[in-house]
Design a protein around this ligand. Structure first.
Ligand code: PEP
Ligand code: MG
Length: 312
């Protein structure tokens, strides 16, 4: 008989046998950070700074950004807050950026590529995040859509002092060349939404191919497994901030694959926390083998759903 752990808003998430799981929230504003705190999130593993930029009518200054990010940190204090550099483009165009129409916006100027072409905006944002760190907030900086070490180096060059810098692993390039990126980063966070889209060559927003958008596809699970194994070997912690962290069965699958931290949608947190509290480490271990052995997405998904249903 498993020991069933009680869970509550106030206590950190943990499995039935006491393995702590850092369960944080994805937020896009100070109001959302407050809601995340209310629901018991342990900080934020993803602040989508582009939502702040999209609420502004022109590029926010370093000071504007410091106030916004500082407010988010205060709302979630004393927990850590990971601020992602502006990830506009593709599905999140910035009206005042003057970006040209692109035939393939998901393969175009988005994520860090956008800021690499706009050094003054990169500088202002990195400086604002560093200001929050200087004010004593436990803040980290995260770079979206990375494909090359040069992108990490360019961001690092902007920082004086010891701000923690990590990358989103959401391109196949960052998975396959991770060994070249790991020496440059303090943490990684897997963006399963984009990673799934790019590994499977399936547009994440196209209803016509939605049935092919499979987060449990063996190639996606193998990529996540590879990222966890390689990162841990290098002493680097792994978070997931894609939607897989926002549904109980895929969240359980991520824990089975050894992910250290989940960053989930605010509304999903109570259900994810309750599910985690019911599973044990050995149930997760058994699931790992089933997930990595499945040759079809449906089979892997069914294994995760089976464990989730059994404990709910
Ligand atoms: C992701 O790609 O999984 C992610 C978290 O980033 P976004 O959904 O904002 O692209
Ligand atoms: Mg993404």
């Amino acid at each position: 008989v498993e020991h069933r752990r009680l869970w509550s808003k106030e206590h950190p998430a943990a499995t039935a046998d006491g393995r702590a799981v850092m369960l944080s929230a994805n937020v896009g504003s100070i109001a959302e950070a407050e809601a995340a705190r209310e629901i018991g999130a342990e900080g934020s593993g993803l602040v989508r700074s582009e939502f702040f930029f999209m609420r502004c009518t022109g590029y926010p200054s370093r000071d504007d950004q410091r106030v916004e990010y500082g407010g988010i940190c205060e709302a979630l204090s004393p927990h850590g807050v990971t601020i992602r550099l502006l990830d506009c483009g593709a599905d999140k165009p910035l009206p005042y950026a003057g970006q040209k129409a692109e035939d393939n916006p998901y393969l175009g100027e988005r994520g860090i590529r956008f800021l690499m072409e706009r050094p003054e905006q990169l500088h202002a944002q990195v400086a604002a995040i560093a200001d929050c760190a200087d004010e004593g907030h436990p803040v980290k900086l995260m770079i979206p859509m990375v494909i090359s070490p040069g992108e990490v180096r360019t961001v690092r060059e902007q920082v004086q002092g010891d701000l923690q810098i990590g990358i989103m692993v959401e391109t196949p390039a960052s998975v396959l060349a991770l060994h070249h990126l790991l020496p440059l980063v303090d943490f990684v966070s897997i963006g399963t939404n984009d990673l799934t889209q790019y590994i499977l060559a399936v547009d994440r927003g196209n209803a016509g191919v939605a049935r092919l958008y499979q987060e449990f596809h063996p190639a996606v699970l193998a990529a996540i497994n590879q990222v966890v194994v390689q990162s841990h070997a290098a002493g680097v912690s792994v978070s997931v901030c894609g939607d897989m962290a926002s549904r109980p069965d895929s969240a359980i699958a991520l824990l089975a694959l050894g992910v250290d931290q989940l960053s989930s949608g605010i509304d999903a947190i109570p259900e994810i926390k309750a599910t985690i509290a019911q599973v044990s480490s050995h149930q997760l271990q058994a699931l790992t083998e089933k997930l990595l052995g499945a040759s079809e997405a449906a089979v892997a998904a069914a294994h995760a759903a089976e464990l989730t249903a059994a404990v709910q």
